[in-house]
Write a protein of this length. Structure first.
Length: 367
């Protein structure tokens, strides 16, 4: 199969994260939960089930450091996109200055493999790329320089291909990078993952927008939530956030595509499916909190709305609505053939004094 680059609406995603405050708001919502964590020796263990550009995880780590400034951290994140891994790595230098006793793990494995750092594909597992990256020095400048030199490794280890069974993007070679400060290696050695390690159980797992909104609750559970629940430590907490709808974005979708339903199943339906299908003895170990709805905004300058809706605002709003509601590209192209879609969008922006989106947060605890 010929090589190809993995995008998965990447341009839409990058515009979305730079023009909305979603990651900041999610971190604020997670902060009270961090304060309830009960770390156990030898470390506080944190897992990000889909790094994206790393912004959310960096904010979570800042909040964790404020609460647990001296406790060792074992932080892991999965991401199949080489570009997103690079963006995450670019943000790491300052984290190692603020919290030097930290091990940071990056992997491209699937959800059901990522917490054990072991591929279920026996052929690929034989070629597992496992590399320790000790950072020398004691300044963010030195760390940043060394981290920037990981690009050749990423280009080799983070290649992707299509799964011949379902067409989904998957890794060519299972890979893991273990990054830490060399001057703390002696104290961190016992928490550093080793090749063919046992499964790691985490105190906090964050899964932000980890699945496509239109798949069934069964798929959301089997692909993402089930393996994450099984990776929770005792008293561990799994936080899942996804788009909720019932906002101006959904209003536009209903006007342009009345029969479309971007969010066919939400928190309560997912929780009901879990309770009906999970092993009952395991269910007794779990606590499900009531799903919470929260709002985040499209960033806009005041004069972009007061002096008439600007072209840049229309562009970013249109992109972000299509990204969040996961509208098919063919539908978008058809709608853009005339200006009706932009007239409707402009009226929605004026009516709401901008644009906001609703997310839903699920919190599942292991007792």
């Amino acid at each position: 199969m010929a090589d190809f680059r993995f995008f998965d609406s990447r341009q839409k995603y990058l515009l979305f994260v730079t023009t909305t405050n979603e990651k900041t708001i999610i971190a604020e919502k997670i902060d009270p939960i961090i304060k309830t964590l009960i770390p156990k020796k030898p470390a506080l263990k944190i897992f990000d089930a889909g790094l994206g550009d790393g912004t959310l995880l960096m904010n979570v780590l800042r909040n964790c450091h404020r609460k647990f400034p001296t406790i060792p951290f074992l932080v892991a994140g999965k991401e199949v996109s080489m570009e997103d891994v690079r963006l995450t790595i670019e943000k790491l230098a300052d984290r190692f200055i603020e919290h030097p006793n930290m091990v940071f793990v990056l992997t491209n494995l699937h959800y059901n493999e990522s917490t054990s750092l072991k591929s279920n594909n026996k052929r690929k597992q034989k070629n597992f790329f496992f590399k320790n990256v000790p950072l020398k020095g004691n300044s963010s400048s030195e760390f940043n320089y060394q981290l920037s030199k990981l690009d050749p490794i990423l280009k080799k280890a983070w290649q992707v291909e299509r799964n011949p069974k379902n067409g989904n993007t998957t890794y060519k070679q299972p890979s893991a990078l273990i990054i830490y400060r060399q001057d703390h290696e002696m104290t961190l050695h016992h928490i550093m993952p080793k090749k063919n390690n046992e499964k790691i159980l985490f105190d906090l797992i964050v899964a932000s927008q980890p699945y496509r909104s239109r798949i069934t609750e069964k798929q959301k559970y089997n692909y993402v939530i089930k393996p994450m629940i099984e990776s929770l430590n005792t008293n561990g907490k799994l936080i899942v956030t996804h788009a909720f709808g019932n906002d101006p974005a959904t209003e536009l979708v209903k006007k342009l595509w009345p029969k479309d339903n971007p969010f066919p199943n939400l928190g309560n339906e997912i929780i009901k499916y879990i309770k009906d299908n999970i092993d009952q003895s395991y269910l007794k170990q779990l606590k499900f909190h009531k799903p919470k709805i929260f709002k985040y905004n499209l960033r806009a300058l005041p004069n972009e709305i007061e002096d008439g809706i600007s072209t840049s605002l229309i562009f970013s709003a249109w992109n972000n609505i299509n990204y969040v509601t996961q509208i098919n590209d063919n539908k978008i192209k058809e709608a853009e053939k005339n200006n009706k879609c932009f007239e409707i969008l402009s009226n929605i922006l004026k009516k709401n004094d901008g644009l906001y989106f609703n997310n839903e947060m699920l919190l599942i605890e292991k007792k």
